[in-house]
Design a protein around this ligand. Structure first.
Ligand code: PMH
Length: 387
């Protein structure tokens, strides 16, 4: 049992479940009582860990869960999650029976999908469906009221199908200019007005819209990035009227410390050259962990001070220039807080010229996830030893 709870390389991601709880509680507390909250835990909860985040979110007031693919929903069922789970993306029509058996709700986004899916449902099956409307995201979804009417009728006429929800997704809810958002919202409302009967759940808002636009709540919101304590976009940073708490941090330890002399080189290509006597530390993390080569030059924290990564990042290791001698075993923070210093997910995203969403997602499963609650470790997930 103890062996399942451990890892042997001193590199780990720390997931603060209290932050997840605080973020969910803050958002839920601002919603009207009759508005449901869906916790979006796709992509292994944006790299944080599906079941641990799901449980924390549900305990903090989320009503149910959403994932991208059927496999992700089945994974949660296998881990004992019994609340409703909505699959937001496309599933194969062939797999509807599996979904129905596991009480997993699927998204219907085209009438042709439904025509095919019907062939794979036994007579006694019950399949819950949410209809996806493409109001301008251009990804999946029904694009006109004629098709919506046909779908509504097809579901109505089939005793195995339950029209449980309808939703859309915004492309620009996190941008300061709200023109396109308003256009999408108006289109969605127009589509809703053509329904002969409204389903139980109507939803459109991602984190950005949940924080900014009450008029887009309908009766359910889908919360992703803000639950993890991250802002949907840099533009929105100043628009969030309550604090968000980052849940993801990334840590390692010095495994080798040496003194370099002027002219000594570091790493592949020998691109880094010591300017004099320098303390260089080696960290057991590299691009195979998602700590990619473009992060060369990025700073990390040692004893509350910033220290740059020098030379090229290798597959499993990288080197830092230490501000002074530190012994092997010293904790190094790549993302997160040490004393007064903080390296945010946003800082790493900026360095990589990408969005914060990508950062926890690209830290691979080779990096164990350590779950903390009330400052204490309550779970460790090491996919290498216990997939
Ligand atoms: N609903 C749908 C359909 C989504 O695709 C996403 C996120 C969310 C809700 C949650 O959005 P939030 O994290 O901004 O709150 N989807 C994606 C995506 O496909 N790429 O980045 C985020």
């Amino acid at each position: 049992m103890e062996a399942q709870k451990t890892f042997y390389r001193d590199t780990w991601a720390e997931i603060d479940l209290d932050s997840i709880s605080k973020n969910v509680t803050a958002v839920k507390g601002r919603l009207p009582q009759d508005v449901n909250l869906i916790a979006v835990v796709k992509a292994n909860a944006y790299g944080h860990g599906d079941v641990q985040v799901a449980k924390a979110a549900l305990e903090a007031g989320a009503d149910f869960l959403a994932v991208a693919f059927l496999d992700e929903a089945i994974a949660l069922r296998n881990k004992g999650i019994t609340v409703p789970i909505l699959v937001l993306g496309a599933s194969r029509p062939e797999d509807v029976q599996t979904a129905a058996e596991l009480n997993i709700t699927l998204t219907i986004f085209q009438k042709e999908w439904l025509e095919r899916a019907k062939n794979y449902l036994p007579d006694d099956a019950k399949l819950k469906l949410h209809v996806k409307v493409d109001s301008g995201m251009g990804r999946i979804g029904v694009r006109n009221s004629e098709e919506l009417t046909i779908i509504e009728k097809m579901i109505e006429e089939d005793h195995r199908l339950i029209f449980e929800g309808i939703f859309t997704h915004f492309a620009t809810a996190d941008e300061l200019d709200t023109t396109y958002f308003q256009k999408q919202l108006a289109f969605f409302k127009e589509m809703l007005s053509t329904l002969s009967k409204k389903p139980k759940y109507i939803h459109s808002s991602n984190s950005a819209a949940t924080i900014r636009f009450k008029e887009a709540y309908f009766n359910t919101c889908r919360l992703g990035i803000a639950m993890y304590g991250l802002t949907p976009s840099p533009e929105m940073e100043r628009e969030i009227p309550f604090p968000l708490f980052e849940a993801f941090s990334l840590k390692t330890r010095l495994v080798n410390v040496k003194k370099l002399h002027k002219g000594d080189k570091v790493s592949y290509g020998a691109t880094y050259e010591s300017e004099g006597e320098e303390w260089i530390g080696t960290l057991p993390i590299g691009y195979a962990d998602g700590w990619i080569r473009k992060l060369s030059g990025q700073e990390v924290l040692v004893n509350g001070e910033r220290a740059p990564i020098v030379g090229r990042i290798c597959m499993d290791q990288c080197m830092i220039k230490l501000p002074a001698f530190y012994p092997v075993g010293t904790e190094v923070t790549l993302i997160g807080r040490q004393n007064e210093q903080f390296i945010s997910v946003n800082e790493i995203a900026k360095k990589l010229e990408t969005i914060n969403y990508e950062i926890p997602c690209i830290i691979t499963s080779r990096v164990p996830r350590v779950y903390k609650k009330d400052e204490k470790i309550m779970d460790i997930k090491n996919d290498l030893l216990h997939p």
